[in-house]
Write a protein that binds this ligand. Structure first.
Ligand code: BDP
Length: 682
């Protein structure tokens, strides 16, 4: 057991469990000639075959005995058509599905209005079977809540992955697109089985070579990759270089209002669609961290994105335009320029100017995927603009897949956050599912955490984040616990001891990581560039806009309207007041919004300095405890997997001690205040 199969391991069902019940289905009935439906039938046959330890065939024969039938409504599968009446059909959305038991034949019938709906239905049924649930009397209706459920790869053509912690790219190698697409296919299965439907395959930082993806030299190869994803109902997107007309088009400008530039993009879009008829569209990082963009020509981001949207529109393509735009060359002596403000300041005034096939992709927080940040105030603030949220599955700032950090609880908090964008009931999840503002396009994007490591994610338990992201994008109402439990059962089988131990490890892990790293929402304090490990002042005197302002009196960033950068005023309604006031600001975000003395007393009753000491001592104890809990599973999980995770947890504990000692010593020396509990601080 290497972890390669991830949540599609299909552990055998033991006789005496549900074995006999599952054995009753004699074949899989599939009558439609469609690539995705065939994938669905094959997946069922493969999965059930492994669960039961015997082959189950795919047939077109509808009549006779209990079967598993699948197909689209009106698509020619008689069992599907007689099982689902108009009432059911009318509530199934394009990618949704229904699963129903047919009392007459004892069959299970999967019906959907599209082929991808059938595939999601097949994976749903496999999930039920793999988690050993009863499947007689099924009556399931599922629709995805979010339209776009996307993964962003940050892979480079040389095979490296920006912020990748699980090996090299599975897409690219040595300046070519990989020709053996077996691994890409296996990845597509993992994504589709968790509910995802879109992928951009190259890094948002598009350099010279990747710019050429839009040329005849690379398009045929990109088309082959698109073909692999197509058979799993997943659309392919490319990250594009805003300066492409200059770099590969021979033009002297990339000015979005220049007719020659617009024409160049129109022709380019037509070429791309000739190669990939169902191409998704372009993902763009512009005017951000030294990438080119419309600012060079004194144009704004509506001009820039609309130009691309116009080119893609005839083909049904979309432009996903990132809002991670800020000044990365600021003067650290300037206490007023606030990076947290930047996305809102740049984009909010442009509301109403974007074409309807532009989507703004906004990071979950205003800074950059820290372990704790407030929710971005831009999400929901643009009533007439399509928006989607961007999460980071790859653990750049959360332990780089050497530390355990199950991120679903963090994402849940973000999604449940009340923005008051349209008064009460304006949660983030209702904005990104498009329902609050009635957007044409919306959804989820996230940076992937996979590479060519045999277990995909480096740390085996980090697979839970990839799986959880897909499940949450499908249905943000699922709880973090429910997703974790599903993932554990699918990955490790049904042993209750494994379920309870791994569940508690996952559910504690985010708070443990937060405890021994940067305190109270202040963020950063990591080593510059690679972002692993503690370095309290690593970013303090730099150009990146990431400061904590610690001195001998206190710490934190004053982002109030009254005396600080004014960032707090970007929030609506009660949120503004809550964050503006040092009294009402939640403890976990105190230092994000306020500069306070070390003796400031938190709602918890502790002073800031004592909180720092306590959480860092406790964080280490809790990290050590993770290793103890896992040790208790020796013999219950495969030996290789056990050792692999044990090694990572040992490194995490050692590294947590390094964090503790550096942070505690730093603040002890700065503040001169001793630990009230008298523990050793160096
Ligand atoms: C930061 C990463 C950087 C990315 C950037 C982005 O450190 O590598 O290019 O975000 O999102 O978190 O564009």
């Amino acid at each position: 057991q290497t972890g390669y199969q991830a949540w599609l391991e299909f552990h055998p069902v033991a006789p005496g469990e549900r074995y006999d019940q599952y054995l009753a289905y004699s074949r899989i009935v599939c009558t439609e000639e469609d690539e995705v439906i065939h994938t669905a039938a094959q997946e069922l046959s493969h999965g059930i075959g492994k669960l039961l330890g015997r082959a189950i065939s795919v047939s077109e024969n509808v009549e006779g005995g209990a079967v598993i039938a699948l197909g689209t409504f009106g698509g020619g599968n008689a069992l599907v058509d007689r099982t689902f009446g108009d009432e059911t059909r009318s509530v199934i959305k394009p990618e949704g599905f229904a699963i129903k038991s047919d009392p007459a034949s004892g069959s299970i019938v999967i019906g959907a209005s599209s082929a991808s709906g059938v595939l999601y239905g097949a994976f749903h049924l496999l999930r039920l079977l793999s988690t050993k649930q009863a499947v007689n009397g099924l009556d399931v209706i599922e629709n995805p809540v979010n339209m776009l459920r996307m993964i962003n790869q940050w892979d480079n053509i040389d095979g490296s992955i920006e912020r990748g912690y699980a090996g090299k790219s599975i897409f690219f190698d040595n300046n070519r697109i990989t020709t053996d697409l077996t691994r890409v296919r296996d990845y597509a299965r993992l994504l589709a089985s968790s509910g995802l439907n879109a992928i951009s395959i190259n890094n948002v930082n598009v350099h010279q070579w990747e710019t050429k993806f839009l040329t005849g030299e690379y398009l045929p190869e990109v088309a082959k990759v698109a073909g692999v994803f197509r058979s799993f109902g997943i659309k392919l997107f490319l990250s594009v270089n805003y300066a492409s007309p200059l770099e590969i088009g021979g033009l002297s400008t990339a000015d979005p209002l220049d007719p020659a530039v617009r024409e160049w993009w129109r022709v380019k879009a037509a070429e791309v669609y000739a190669a990939i008829p169902d191409f998704g569209g372009f993902l763009v990082k512009a005017d951000s961290e030294n990438r080119p963009g419309p600012f060079t020509y004194d144009r704004d981001h509506a001009d820039g994105s609309n130009m691309l949207a116009e080119a893609l529109k005839p083909f049904g393509g979309i432009v996903i335009w990132r809002c991670f735009v800020y000044n990365c060359k600021q003067d650290w002596r300037d206490r007023v320029t606030d990076r947290a403000r930047a996305a809102y300041d740049h984009f909010k005034p442009l509301d109403g100017r974007f074409m309807d096939n532009v989507i703004l992709q906004v990071k979950n927080g205003p800074m950059d995927f820290q372990v704790r940040e407030p929710v971005s105030p831009l999400i929901g603030a643009m009533e007439t603009t399509n928006q989607m949220i961007e999460f980071q599955i790859t653990q750049e700032y959360t332990g780089q897949q050497r530390h355990l950090c199950y991120l679903v609880p963090q994402w849940k908090e973000v999604l449940d956050f009340e923005t008051y964008a349209k008064g009460e009931g304006s949660s983030i999840k209702r904005i990104v599912d498009g329902s609050l503002h009635g957007n044409r396009f919306s959804g989820f994007a996230a940076v992937s955490n996979i590479g060519n490591d045999v277990n995909w994610t480096g740390h085996l338990l980090a697979q839970a984040n990839l799986y959880g992201y897909g499940r949450l994008a499908w249905n943000p109402e699922l709880s973090a616990e429910a997703i974790a439990e599903e993932w554990i059962r699918l990955t490790f089988g049904g042993d209750e001891k494994i379920v309870s131990v791994v569940m508690s490890m996952l559910m504690e892990s985010w708070s443990i990581y937060e405890a021994y790293t940067a305190p109270l929402g202040v963020g950063w304090m990591v080593s510059p560039d690679h972002h692993y490990g503690p370095n309290v002042d690593g970013y303090e005197y730099s150009k990146w806009g990431t400061y904590h302002f610690a001195d001998c009196h206190g710490i934190g960033v004053d982002r109030t309207k009254a005396t600080g950068t004014g960032y707090a005023a970007q929030y609506k309604g009660a949120n503004y007041e809550t964050y503006e006031s040092v009294e009402s600001c939640p403890d976990e975000l105190l230092l994000f919004f306020h500069h306070v003395p070390y003796t400031h007393v938190l709602h918890s009753g502790q002073t800031v300095i004592q909180h720092i000491y306590n959480t860092h001592f406790e964080g280490v104890e809790r990290a050590e405890q993770l290793a103890v809990e896992w040790a208790g599973l020796k013999g219950s999980v495969g030996e290789l997997v056990h050792k692999h995770v044990a090694d990572r947890l040992a490194e995490q504990a050692a590294h947590a001690r390094e964090w503790r000692d550096m942070i505690n010593t730093y603040f002890f020396r700065k503040s001169g205040i001793a630990d009230a509990l008298g523990r050793t601080i160096y």
